[in-house]
Design a protein around this ligand. Structure first.
Ligand SMILES: [Zn+2]
Ligand SMILES: [Zn+2]
Length: 154
């Protein structure tokens, strides 16, 4: 991981995208961010590449840490609480899709945000049940591939 270059100027560096600074760096699975450009941190610069290779394993790691540090302990919510949260987000996505069906203008990105919330909660529900969602998806995906005679394996 690239280290932040020492500040030569008096002006403190700040990322134009996320507003992070040297003293308040972003944390990704590969460590804290550095500077990709004068005013752009590596976490923001590598956003697309990271998104493309994002696996549930990476989601789990930071999802659990963030939940515990910024929300509450995982165990503070029962599996039912987490399941309700998943259903709530899926419901919100369905509500937007219902509006689409009625001819209202709904951006796909808006639906994407609700679907993302659902996946994030789903991972926490799995964590609460002691399950590794990445492994569950991998095993089930491969199981179905095998059953259908498809060559695809995760
Ligand atoms: Zn940034
Ligand atoms: Zn950053």
């Amino acid at each position: 991981m690239r280290k932040r270059s020492p500040n030569r100027e008096i002006k403190p560096q700040q990322c134009r995208e996320c507003g992070c600074t040297q003293g308040n760096a972003c944390v990704t699975v590969s460590g804290t961010c550095g500077w990709a450009k004068e005013d752009l941190c590596t976490a923001c610069d590598e956003l697309d590449q990271r998104g493309a290779r994002l696996m549930f394993g990476e989601l789990r790691l930071l999802n659990l840490i963030r939940c515990t540090e910024y929300f509450h302990a995982l165990d503070e919510w029962s599996p039912t609480d987490w399941a309700t949260a998943v259903a709530g987000e899926v419901g919100e996505a369905c509500n937007l899709i219902k509006k689409l069906r009625r001819g209202e203008a709904v951006h796909a990105e808006t639906i994407g945000k609700e679907l993302a919330d659902a996946v994030i909660y789903l991972d926490l529900l799995a964590a609460r049940l002691g399950l590794n969602l990445a492994q569950c998806v991998q095993q089930k995906f491969n199981e179905v591939s095998k059953r259908r005679g498809a060559p695809y394996r995760l």
